[in-house]
Design a protein around this ligand. Structure first.
Ligand code: FES
Ligand code: FES
Length: 175
């Protein structure tokens, strides 16, 4: 079957099998490998993307269900070469180790901040509660999202990656 969807502001038309999952469409058909495929059973949240501006686990969505709709992936967070504050925050606060969960975490974080620009630690933890991180213990992920809340205008990557930015964020957010 032929489907057409807009991904990160670009329209794509492809012939796909009706059973193809959205995560496989993004990775295998479009080459957008930023979104990761983990459990395939809707447990880990590695595959979170936006479907019509709502986070979804793309291993639970058929590509055909996205026909005619808008999809945004982690590749679509930056704009004109400028990283999103969420991406800056993960850099500044060391919010990742292996990075496997990071794209999905970032998409949920961006959605949270778009709807709640000043979330509490508890609200952040609730927002990412459907996603698993095997490395960080979540503390630095929470710090990263709080950092983004405190720095809504993106900074140059060199500034966000400085030790001073990281220590500033550590002071602002309780673990
Ligand atoms: S791969 Fe989708 S939730 Fe784990
Ligand atoms: S950074 Fe490794 S799973 Fe989260």
């Amino acid at each position: 079957m032929q489907i057409t969807m807009t991904v990160n502001d670009h329209e794509y038309t492809r012939d796909v099998e009706p059973r193809m999952l959205l995560i496989h469409f993004l990775r295998d058909e479009l080459g957008l490998t930023g979104s990761h495929w983990g459990c395939d059973t809707s447990n880990c949240g590695m595959c979170v993307v936006w479907l019509d501006a709502v986070p979804v686990k793309s291993c639970t969505v058929l590509a055909a269900m996205a026909n005619g709709r808008q999809v945004r992936t982690v590749e679509g967070l930056e704009s004109d070469g400028q990283l999103d504050p969420v991406q800056e925050g993960f850099m500044a606060c060391h919010g990742l180790q292996c990075g496997f969960c990071t794209p999905g975490m970032m998409m949920t974080a961006r959605w949270l901040l778009d709807h709640n620009p000043d979330p509490s630690e508890q609200e952040i933890r609730e927002a990412i509660s459907g996603q698993v991180c095997r490395c960080t213990g979540y503390v630095n992920i929470v710090r990263a999202i709080r950092w983004a809340a405190e720095h809504p205008a993106a900074l140059p990557a060199s500034s966000a990656n400085s030790d001073s930015a990281a220590s500033s964020a550590s002071e602002e957010v309780s673990a």
